[in-house]
Design a protein around this ligand. Structure first.
Ligand code: FRU
Length: 406
């Protein structure tokens, strides 16, 4: 059975998926997450909680936001993904409540709710005004709220319509619609977990806005993956200038960024998994882990700024490889379960992951164009008990893979 990761966050027990409520507050990085506290499969969605002072070691705290129950003690909702902000010294979580079929009114409805914590995320009180945002939709979820000048700005999705919907509020309780964003070129599956934020272009004082979206189907390697757009936000409308895949591996999903990170940093963490096989990965008692935390920046290219991801500097002293992969000299990891090679003729980096017994969708080959001026491809490779993360081209090409060696 799979050994627990050393560097990556996983829950002590139970299932996890998306990171939620990422907020840095009073010197601590809060990581809430989609969690089934009762089992190692997706069910009973609640918010788990962990905190870290250094992004390296995580202290798992009691379950933070639990499902509402009816008088018989049966759950009437799922607590889906969302975000957290600091308001008046308290932590405020903004999350999606999904009414379960057992609820008499409007089963399946997805609405946005608030909960407040005055003790650093240990205990939470749900807001009397819930839901604070209701579109009468069964696919309206994953609110990400940031501070934008004097107001709160929310990005959420109409998942099945593949739209990001932007809202603004002065008090977190009353919201008005600003605009909607879609991209007809992405027509495969529902959109989830958006994140919209400004980011500085390295070596300049220019700022662009970046929009992250997770797409449930149609990622380059198959299954779920992430897309990003770089563009302009005029306070009402987001106008994209360019777009690309965020990660060319198969296992970075639902990644979002921390609010309130120190020194103007933009730090992202994702779920190290793919909905293609997340339910059947070979672990028991616990299931699911997060990616490594990554600092984001924008770097200029001829075709406009692109996203750069580097493992957060707090992890610099942890074990990793700084390597040049040369043609004919593949790097074999996890006993050959994953190999990284460079093909000179095509000018491509090739990452191959062997198949598995638990899912026919697990075998993977990623090929990415990568110039190799020194006769090989320089990269940083982070290997953990069940994963490999590759940062090539100075962080402009990132590939994240789960690996379960025999
Ligand atoms: C993304 C997602 C979200 C939803 C959550 C449910 O992985 O499907 O859209 O809020 O997971 O666990």
């Amino acid at each position: 059975m799979t050994k627990r990761p050393r560097l990556h966050f996983a829950a002590r027990r139970g299932w996890i998926n998306d990171p939620n409520g990422l907020v840095h507050h009073e010197g601590r990085w809060h990581l809430f997450f989609q969690h089934n506290p009762h089992g190692d499969h997706w069910a009973d969605m609640s918010w788990g909680h962990a905190v870290s002072k250094d992004l390296v070691t995580w202290d798992e705290r009691p379950v933070a936001i639990r499902q509402d129950l009816d008088l018989d003690g049966d759950p009437v909702e799922y607590v889906f993904s969302g975000s957290a902000v600091v308001d008046g010294g308290d932590l405020v979580a903004i999350y999606t409540s999904v009414s379960l079929p057992s609820t008499p009114e409007r089963p399946g409805l997805q609405t946005q709710h608030l909960a407040r914590s005055a003790d650093g995320g240990e205990t939470w009180v749900k807001d009397d005004h819930n839901p604070v945002l209701d579109r009468g939709s069964s696919d309206f979820r994953d609110p990400k709220v940031i501070r934008d000048g004097q107001r709160w700005l929310m990005a959420a999705v109409e998942a099945v319509d593949r739209k990001v919907v932007l809202y603004a509020s002065d008090d977190l309780r009353h919201w008005h619609l600003l605009s909607e964003f879609g991209d007809p070129s992405l027509d495969a599956g529902p959109w989830e977990c958006p994140d919209l934020f400004p980011l500085r272009v390295e070596g300049s004082d220019r700022e662009r806005w970046v929009l992250l979206v997770s797409v449930l189907l149609g990622a380059p390697g198959g299954g779920s993956g992430m897309r990003y757009w770089v563009g302009d936000f005029d306070g009402t409308t987001f106008t994209p200038e360019r777009s690309d895949w965020l990660d060319l591996g198969r296992d970075c999903y639902a990644a979002v960024t921390w609010n309130g990170a120190p020194d103007g940093r933009r730090v992202m963490i994702g779920w190290l998994d793919n909905w293609d096989y997340a339910h059947v990965t070979p672990s028991s008692g616990w299931r699911g882990a997060m990616t490594l935390p990554r600092d984001l920046s924008l770097v200029d290219t001829d075709s406009g700024p692109v996203l750069r991801q580097t493992v957060s500097p707090e992890l610099a002293d942890c074990d990793h490889l700084d390597v040049v992969v040369r043609p004919g000299e593949p790097l074999s990891l996890h006993g050959g379960a994953l190999t990284i090679s460079y093909e000179d003729a095509a000018g491509e980096l090739v990452v191959e992951r062997a198949g598995s017994e638990f899912s026919e969708k697990f075998a993977a080959t990623s090929r990415v164009a990568l110039p190799a001026p020194d006769g090989g491809a320089r990269m940083q490779v982070w290997v953990d008990t069940c994963s490999v993360e590759v940062f090539a081209d100075d962080g402009r090409l990132v590939l994240t893979f789960l690996v379960f060696p025999h």
